[in-house]
Unconditional design. Structure first.
Length: 516
């Protein structure tokens, strides 16, 4: 049984949601309740598979070895030596579990409401297809296979925004599609360049083999700089890094709640994961050359995102801009090229997915009740009108601003700590300056979240809402949100839940590329 599980666990993590997408899609249109139940069932089954992978993972082995676990390596496209190669290590494992968890919670949340124009089976089948791409990208160890899964998420997210989005959904969905397609073009060109640049007879798309070649200097020099530029553009769009971020606020503002949760919680991690999994190990010399520029762009994103948040009038748009800043901390950690920085980035990925996913859940529910996300139209008094919902908004906002003891703290503080002492060979003055501006960004983050709470939660209920009878937090919402609320506390109090998984793989990564 153990051998079967280790041979099939990763394949099942992709096949189960794919089967769910197909089954939900062929469910009779009249069976709305059945479609919702199937989404919960299949997403729960996928989540349990990811939990099984987590439980069966050999942490002692992982702490001393670079080998991937649950590895599958079969022939796929022989003509170009591309293989169906899957595996998991401490870098990808938390993201796989988070993908399963957030999709399951979105399925539960969908039991409460399906946004206009309805069509639950279409929306939920797209959600399950999205999960296929999310998990598939994190378990792929072949560049072409990674690219396929990387692109799979584009179609369902486009339709989720275009059909179930807000008034400007057409503009937001097309902008999302074009930006992502732009990045993907450079990504594919870089993958092909790596394939053709490999020594004769060693042409491959296998990430492990390419990392070994990269560590041996096969992709050094001008080629490495140009190729890294292509990878940078492809992954920077997904992060998104300033100035390639402009698609994100529009997409988040117009997307339905579950679309915003999955976009913030998982899809933004494709970019940061790609830097750590692909760009750094395969092109280590170029990564060192680009690191100062990445740090500068990351700090600009932190400060710029915070200032933009202070200017926003709509809650979802404000939280979208906050993601630009939070992901700036993740990229600053990566740019330091140190084990501390990479660990901080991986922790920041998870904490951002949990905290910002929770924020989008709450803001979606607020918008369902008020039928607007405009801060001025809500006008304050939510603490008096809906004390439980307002309290949850306060708790999650405080977690997002990085209060010690909650999940948002550790990724940011360790990114700043790593910037104080970057890898040998990097400009210490530049990185310490980046640390100072990053610290200023944390103050600005506290400012815009506290200002949001003052304008929405506090004060008296405006006259136009006094006669309205709003439900406070309902059972389905509580069921969907409770795991995230508990994780916000658990990761804040005991960060080793993530660091204990990532550190072994990060240490080996940095040793293999000869920095840190």
């Amino acid at each position: 049984m153990d051998e079967f599980w280790h041979d099939w666990a990763l394949t099942l993590s992709v096949l189960v949601p794919l089967l769910g997408a197909v089954v939900i899609a062929v469910t009779p249109a009249a069976q709305e309740r059945a479609a919702k139940g199937l989404a919960v069932a299949f997403s729960l089954a996928t989540f349990l598979v990811t939990i099984g992978i987590l439980v069966g993972y050999d942490y002692d082995f992982a702490s001393t070895s670079s080998a991937y676990q649950y590895e599958i390596d079969h022939q796929w496209i022989n003509a170009i030596n591309s293989r169906f190669h899957l595996g998991v290590d401490g870098i990808s494992l938390p993201l796989i579990v988070l993908s399963g968890l957030l999709t399951f919670l979105c399925a539960i949340y969908s039991l409460k409401t399906i946004p206009a124009p309805g069509k639950p089976k279409a929306l939920l089948s797209l959600m399950m297809l999205l999960e296929v791409g999310m998990i598939g990208a994190f378990v792929s160890l072949d560049l072409l296979l990674f690219f396929v899964f990387f692109e799979v998420v584009l179609v369902p997210m486009f339709f989720m925004i275009a059909i179930w989005g807000g008034p400007n959904r057409a503009y937001a969905s097309i902008k999302f599609f074009l930006y992502t397609l732009f990045g993907s073009a450079f990504l594919l060109l870089s993958f092909l360049a790596l394939y053709f640049k490999a020594p004769e007879g060693q042409e491959t798309f296998d990430m492990v083999a390419l990392a070994e070649l990269g560590g041996a200097g096969a992709f050094a020099g001008d080629f490495g700089l140009i190729c890294f530029a292509g990878l940078f553009l492809g992954f920077a769009v997904k992060v998104p890094m300033w100035p390639l971020h402009t698609w994100l606020p529009d997409a988040h503002t117009e997307a339905p709640t579950i679309g915003s949760v999955l976009l913030a919680g998982i899809l933004l991690k494709f970019g940061t994961y790609g830097f750590v999994r692909i760009a750094l190990p395969i092109l280590p010399e170029a990564a060192m050359d680009y690191a100062p520029w990445i740090a500068v762009l990351a700090v600009i994103a932190i400060v710029y995102g915070s200032l933009c948040c202070l200017a926003q009038k709509e809650m979802k748009r404000m939280i979208a801009f906050s993601s630009v800043g939070h992901m700036g901390f993740v990229m600053l950690g990566i740019a330091t090229m140190t084990p501390t920085g990479i660990n901080a980035a991986l922790f920041g990925n998870i904490s951002h997915g949990i905290v910002t996913g929770m924020l989008f859940f709450i803001v979606g529910s607020v918008k369902d009740r008020y039928h607007t996300g405009n801060i001025a139209e809500i006008g304050g008094g939510m603490l008096a009108k809906m004390p439980y919902l307002a309290s949850l908004l306060t708790f999650t906002a405080i977690a997002s601003l990085g209060l010690p003891g909650l999940a948002g703290f550790w990724g940011e503080v360790f990114s700043l700590l790593a910037a104080f002492e970057p890898a040998e060979g990097l400009n210490v003055t530049l990185f310490r300056t980046a640390m100072v501006f990053g610290a200023i960004g944390t103050v600005l983050t506290a400012g815009y979240f506290l200002w949001l709470l003052q304008r929405v939660n506090l004060g008296v209920v405006p006259e136009r809402w006094r006669a309205e009878r709003f439900n406070d937090v309902v059972g389905i919402e509580l069921a969907a949100w409770s795991p995230l609320l508990m994780l916000i506390v658990a990761l804040g109090v005991y960060p080793k839940l993530i660091f204990g998984i990532t550190d072994g793989a990060v240490q080996h990564l940095m040793t293999s590329i000869g920095v840190g």
